[in-house]
Each structure stands twice: as C-alpha cells, then as structure tokens.
Design a protein around this ligand. Sequence first.
Ligand code: FES
Length: 143
Amino acid sequence: MQYSEKVMEHFANPHNVGEIPDANGVGEIGNAKCGDIMKMFLKIENDIIVDVKFKTYGCASAIATSSIATDMIKGQPISEALKLTNKAVVEALDGLPAVKIHCSVLAEQAIKAALADYYKRQGIDPEPIVGKIEEHDHDACHI
Ligand code: FES
C-alpha cells in the first residue's frame, strides 16, 4: 500500500495528540468491530476553536487524518470546522489509498460529535447545526 509523504509525516509525528482537561466539547466515535476509537477534545471561546486535541486507537490513516484535520480547525471559527469534509482532509494529505478513504471519516465525525457535545452542554439541540453523526463503516478499512 502506497502512502503519501504527508501521511507518513503525520503518522510518524502526529500533531495535537492528547487531552484537554477543561475542554467544553468532547466527542467519541467508535466501532466495536475493529476496536478503533477516536476521542476529540475541543476548547471553544467566543465561537473560536482555541484548542483541539485527539486520542485514538485507530490505524495509521486515522492518525494521519486526525493530525491534519485538527491542524486545519485550530484557531478557526466553528462554522469553518463544520465545513470540514473528509475529502478536504484527504486532499490536504495528498491522497490516501482507496481502501483507506473510509478511515478519514473518523476524524470528521469525531469533530462533529465534539461540536454536538459543545451545543448540548448549552442546552442547544445540535442536530440542526451539526447534522446527524453517522456510524463509521470500519469494514471497509480492513481489506
Ligand atoms: Fe478503522 Fe482505519 S479507522 S481501520
């Protein structure tokens, strides 16, 4: 399987790994089938994502996509983070092998889950803003 240099770089030295103890939005996406879990921590102030960190048991592609996805939303307003697609993340990594595209969805979905949690904590229904959080199809990752 051929990974781009950027994927290897982000996998070997992932950015924004860890936890934020005083995060005000936390999202976890997981799947029992492949055991991969992605946990996303957001610190939001005045609608700006001032800090973001993630923890994952995911594969190399999941780590690389989370690393670059968190870089892309750090310092950005919530509206920009909501626009982040796994396609944009994959492009920023100079592509992923076709069978690994599905893994990139984990980062996008974990960010959305964390944003949903942020709204829920304020008593706001997140679904009209964030949309439905879909289950990640891990079966496609293990080919
Ligand atoms: Fe499940 Fe890639 S995230 S194998």
